[in-house]
Design a protein around this ligand. Structure first.
Ligand SMILES: O=P(O)(O)OC[C@@H](O)[C@@H](O)c1c[nH]c2ccccc12
Length: 261
């Protein structure tokens, strides 16, 4: 078996251990900002969730001199609508402290990007200052996903419900109509990435759900492709992170003339 095929299973094993050892931090005092509203009210052709991501299992180290707050501020200056912050330590070199520090320094709503499998992590997300969490359809049983979704709602957190395949989305829609649905263009088991996934799944997205296209978006023509397919927002990490200046990187992606150097 190819090594990458077992990465997702390994990540979930790690998460189970983390949950078993999890000590809930004291809640931080930060201002809540609506993730959903920020995405619904963008001035751009597509709303942008810009991701603070140091490394990943598929790409390795993306940015060497990584300072999460500096990046988040540059994304804010570049007029991102929301941020996604990786908090997984072992596979993405993230940290929950990064999310808290960003919330203390930036006014954009922040999504906690991690592999959430347990109620305790939802509570933790609220305490560290997240405005939203990611729930992954390929990782959670639909009924459990719905429970976590409802718990998040009670804590004032929005959920980005992510799916890769049509089958997963169909199963989820039997029990829940998420307000925000993300199609991950990357298959988390093979790492194969193609934005055609967004177009293929688009007909299944309920009309009242905000449709996000995630991963593998590199240039302006990718934006027009997913917009054409019906997406209202994009989640972009690597292509912004690998450039020197994240503010300019947003301008480059959207084809705006940027004077930032
Ligand atoms: O770096 P990219 O290809 O622009 O992708 C960003 C984001 O979609 C990706 O990091 C992601 C989507 N779903 C995930 C689930 C877990 C970890 C990471 C992810």
């Amino acid at each position: 078996m190819k090594r990458w095929l077992i990465v997702l299973n390994k990540i979930i094993e790690t998460k189970k251990q983390e949950v078993a050892n999890l000590v809930l931090p004291d809640p931080v005092q930060v201002e809540k900002v609506s993730f959903l509203e920020a995405l619904a009210n963008s001035n751009r052709m597509l709303s942008l969730i810009a991701e603070v991501k140091k490394a990943s299992p598929s790409k390795g180290l993306i940015q060497r001199n990584f300072n999460p707050v500096t990046i988040a501020k540059a994304y804010e200056a570049g007029k991102a609508d929301a941020l996604s912050v990786l908090t997984d330590e072992q596979y993405f070199m993230g940290h929950r402290a990064y999310l808290t520090e960003i919330k203390q320094n930036v006014n954009l709503p922040v999504l906690r990007k991690d592999f959430i499998i347990d109620e305790l992590q939802v509570e933790e997300s609220a305490r560290i200052g997240a405005d939203a969490i990611l729930l992954i359809g390929e990782v959670l049983e639909p009924v459990h996903l719905k429970e976590l979704y409802e718990q998040a709602g009670e804590l004032g957190l929005d959920c980005l419900v992510e799916v890769h395949s049509a089958e997963t989305l169909e199963q989820i829609l039997r029990v829940l109509t998420p307000q925000i649905i993300g199609v991950n263009n990357r298959n988390l088991r093979t790492f194969e990435t193609s934005i055609t996934q967004t177009k293929d799944i688009a007909p299944l997205i309920p009309k009242d759900s905000l449709f996000v296209s995630e991963s593998g978006i590199y240039e302006y023509k990718d934006l027009t492709y997913v917009k054409e397919a019906g997406a209202k927002a994009v989640l972009v990490g690597e292509s912004l992170m690998k450039q020197d200046n994240q503010q300019a990187a947003i301008g480059n992606l959207f084809g705006e003339t940027s004077h930032a150097h």
